[in-house]
Design a protein around this ligand. Structure first.
Ligand code: PEP
Ligand code: MG
Length: 875
């Protein structure tokens, strides 16, 4: 098996085998960019390592020697040579980018001899020993698993001893002391000396990278990002170039466009006389890339040209790592840059305008899940803010929460439902779980490309970084800003769009769509075949949905209208009525209220269909709580002398108890209410049609659709269809107008799907209520599963996704497919859609497109996401 590929032997399409980084290095090499020479060990070798019980893959070592010789040839340096030593970096690189999750080792090949060679060949002893101590530290930490802070302690001691502030001020003599201290530490902690043989170092480093594929944070990252566990990582071995060889050397990272806004302008940072991790870890605050022009015009010009050609080559915004060694530019890495949702949209739209990509490609480039952040709220600019500090606007959006200084605490509190802001000097991949649970991130160090900034942008979390006014005290869990100390738990807000840090909570306002976003959605509308409707129960939400481009209402839940505190007593009278006349009296009071509700929604949605579902939930949901009633009764008894009131309450308690059910979700709800109390549905139908008549008279074009929930049998639907039609006929006769309307049903119980051919004979449309259909197909209570056992199902990989969020295609999806097929066979004009939560989930929308639904319906804020996802499903 060929385990080792020189960079010039690979290409961009070999990501499976060479990993993303390796494939890119190969591609860049082949298009003639200044890439330091090297080779890639394949992901197959990593998989062999695991398959072979974590042993060095057989046959690999033999291929490394010749590859190394090739690098030696290209650089004129020799591995392990004490005069002109070749040093290499050893880095992980999986098929999918997993920034900072796995291990990297730099300066490999240094030992007590080669360090001298490096010192002479570069005429810079300080630099040589600095590289050596960095190497031992990284190797010790990553390969030998000696704690990072133990090395830091030795370094701090050296700085103290020399009375200096920064690492870069340490002399060669001090650094030699640090090296000796590091070696002793390693001997003490591991029981063996630090390995001086470069070949041994290389072997161990490769093994460590393989091992790091399975470290905790890599596993968590893969789980969050849906990356498979069995694809392994490649290992890239590349000759080192040095950004720390003096003031004509440096290192940096840059994006070809602004990753926050998408603006077409070079965007990034660099540090002179430094190595890569100094920039990424945010240990020193770097300079903006623009100032490189002042520092070195020629290098800057070369960099601009290179970045333009990289973007043109990859046809997307690039994130480039570069190093300048003694005035010479090297490109270490390029990849499609991570970006915020607004940037993703602007870049895609502008690349299309620039003629680089097609509309279809522009659409396919947007991750619909990421759009959630655009539909996030931001700070009300009218609000009075107590701005206490300002940092870099690292990831847009605004967040408020209690300040917490530890990732574990942030995770714990976040899971307990608290809103927290994670506040750190800087973040590392070890903090990822805390970042995930926090509303936002605030750091005192690091730039726009620091770990916190990159991760936050990717997750769509607001972040403010490099806020240097913060003095964080981890011992006492406080932060001091301008002399004022705030303890853990203080409420702060951050504005990731401006970098402001604000004391207290801030009012937020709803988002609006940018011009580029509207343009992109316009393209999506040209491409998609699925219609996108919204779930809304009031005119305000209906208007929002319309503004976001909804083509109607796919679900208006009428029970939400019954919950109004002014109406609840009347609703209770309706439920508790003992006789029909009593019930009709209550219904007569509700009729004008419902009519007004429907009038408002139909009017806002004029020109589009509005699907109104008749009453669905169990009646006891509207009734007083049993425990509260019992408490009231007990109190009355203790007081005595309140007989009449007591009698009434006791009667109420008896009725409430009589209505209570063991399994309300499987009980007296949905159209079963219409079967037992047809007068309720008759009232609702009348309210819909009276509102319709009213609007028709006013000249509005309206399309009411009446939807019957929880049907299991065609006879239920036929019966309730009749009740509805009678109401329509009566209203038309009374009002002297005609209007058209349709009657359909929800498919949310397996029997309805299984007998869809029968049900369809009485239906104009079907709407899959996949919340209930998932609940009834899996037999998972939708109210309890997520909190109780579902996490175990996900952790043990029994289910791949939460079936209430992402449609279970093989189970529930099969019933849907059957429902569509049987339904359309019996009724070719049948319109079919979905109105469960899945109607707003991109993956589920794809499935809905595939099985030929006519529309999806989702919450108003998800309408833009659904429009895009529907287009992606169609391309
Ligand atoms: C459903 O069951 O999918 C549905 C939309 O109805 P509800 O969530 O109101 O039960
Ligand atoms: Mg339902």
């Amino acid at each position: 098996k060929k385990f080792v590929y020189l960079f010039r032997e690979g290409q961009a399409s070999m990501r499976d085998l060479l990993g993303g980084k390796g494939a890119n290095l190969a591609e860049m090499t082949n298009i003639g960019l200044p890439v330091p020479p090297g080779f890639t060990i394949t992901t197959e070798a990593c998989n062999d390592y695991y398959a072979g019980g974590r042993n060095f893959p057989e046959g690999l070592w033999e291929q490394i020697g010749p590859a190394l010789a090739d690098i030696e040839n290209a650089t004129g340096k020799t591995f392990g040579d004490k005069d002109n030593p070749l040093l290499v970096s050893v880095r992980s690189g999986a098929k999918f980018s997993m920034p900072g999750m796995m291990d990297t080792i730099l300066n490999l090949g240094l030992n007590d001899d080669t360090v001298e060679g490096l010192a002479t060949s570069t005429q810079n002893e300080r630099f040589a020993y600095d590289s050596y101590r960095r190497f031992i530290q990284m190797f010790g930490d990553v390969v030998l698993e000696v704690e990072h802070h133990e090395f830091e302690k030795i370094l701090e001691d050296a700085k103290e001893k020399q009375s200096v502030h920064y690492d870069s001020e340490l002399t060669a003599e001090s650094l030699k002391g640090v090296v000796a201290g590091y070696k002793k530490l390693i001997q003490r902690r591991t029981g063996s000396p630090f390995p001086l043989d470069p070949m041994k170092q290389l072997e161990q480093a490769i093994l460590a990278v393989f091992r790091s594929w399975n470290n905790d944070r890599a596993n968590v990252y893969r789980r969050i990002n849906g990356i498979p566990d069995d694809i392994g990582t490649a290992v890239n071995v590349q000759s080192m170039v040095f950004g720390n060889m003096g003031n004509d050397s440096g290192t940096g990272v840059a994006f070809t466009r602004n990753p926050s806004t998408g603006e077409r302008a070079l965007y990034g940072e660099y540090l002179m006389n430094a190595q890569g991790e100094d920039v990424v870890a945010g240990i020193r605050t770097p300079q903006p890339i623009k100032s490189l022009e002042d520092e070195n015009k020629a290098i800057y010009a070369q960099f601009v040209e290179t970045s333009n050609s990289l973007e043109a080559h990859y046809r997307d915004m690039q994130d480039i790592e570069f190093t300048i060694e003694r005035g010479r530019l090297y490109i270490l890495q390029t990849r499609n840059g991570k970006r915020t949702a607004p940037a993703a949209i602007r870049v895609a739209v502008e690349l299309c305008w620039e003629g680089v990509i097609s509309k279809e490609e522009a659409i396919a480039r947007i991750e619909p899940g990421q759009l959630g952040q655009l539909l996030h709220r931001r700070m009300d600019s009218e609000a009075k803010l107590e701005v206490i500090a300002k940092g870099l606007p690292a990831s847009p959006g605004a967040a408020s929460g209690k300040i917490i200084f530890d990732a574990d605490d942030a995770e714990r509190l976040g899971h307990a439902g608290e809103k927290v802001l994670l506040v750190r000097t800087e973040t590392t991949p070890d903090d990822i779980h805390g970042i995930l649970a926090a509303q936002g991130i605030l750091t005192s160090r690091g730039g726009m490309t620091s770990h916190a900034a990159v991760v936050a942008r990717h997750m769509g979390k607001p972040a403010v970084c490099g806020c240097e006014a913060l003095r964080i005290d981890y011992t006492h869990n406080t932060v001091t800003i301008d002399g004022v100390t705030y303890p853990e738990g203080t409420l702060f807000s951050i504005d990731g769009a401006t970098g402001r840090v604000i004391k207290g909570e801030v009012p937020m306002i709803d988002p609006e769509l940018s011009e580029e976003f509207k343009e992109l959605l316009g393209w999506a509308d040209e491409i998609r075949t699925l219609k996108v409707l919204a779930n809304a129960d009031n005119p305000r939400d209906a208007q929002k949905a319309r503004d976001f481009g909804a083509q109607g209402i796919g679900l208006c839940r009428t029970e939400h209208m019954f919950m109004d505190p002014a109406r609840i007593p009347i609703v209770q009278d309706m439920i508790l009525a003992q006789t029909l006349p009593e019930r009709e009296e209550a219904l007569a009071k509700l009729l004008p209220m419902q009519e007004e509700d429907f009038y408002g929604i139909l009017k806002v949605m004029a020109g589009f269909p509005v699907t109104i579902r008749l009453l669905d939930p169990p009646l006891h949901e509207f009734l007083p709580n049993v425990e509260e009633l019992v408490v009231d009764i007990t109190k009355l008894k203790m007081k005595g002398d309140h007989e009449e009131e007591l009698y009434e309450k006791e009667a109420l308690l008896r009725k409430v108890r009589a209505l209570s059910e063991m399994n309300p979700m499987l009980g007296h709800r949905g159209c079963r209410l219409g079967i037992t109390f047809p007068e309720i549905y008759a009232m609702q139908a009348r309210a819909i049609f009276q509102a319709s008549a009213h609007l028709v008279k006013e000249g509005y074009e309206i399309y009411p659709e009446v939807m019957i929930p929880l049907v299991i049998h065609v006879k239920e639907l036929a019966k309730l269809r009749k009740v509805t039609e009678e109401a329509a006929q009566a209203v038309m006769a009374e009002q002297g107008v005609t209007f058209s309307y349709t009657i359909g049903t929800m498919i949310e119980v397996p029997r309805a799907a299984l007998t869809a051919d029968e049900v369809a004979t009485a239906a104009d449309f079907f709407s899959f209520g996949t919340n209930d259909l998932t609940q009834t197909t899996l037999g998972f209570s939708r109210d309890d599963a997520e909190g109780k056992f579902l996490p175990a199902y996900l952790e043990q990989n029994i289910l791949e996704n939460n079936p209430f969020a992402v449609l279970d295609r093989n189970g529930v999806g099969k019933l849907m497919k059957m429902g569509v097929k049987l339904g359309r066979e019996a009724n070719p004009d049948l319109k079919v859609g979905i109105c469960g939560e899945h109607g707003g989930d991109p993956s589920s929308i794809e499935f809905c497109h595939q099985i030929g639904l006519n529309y999806v319906s989702c919450s108003p804020f998800r309408v833009p996401i659904a429009r895009l996802a529907a287009a992606q499903a169609a391309v």
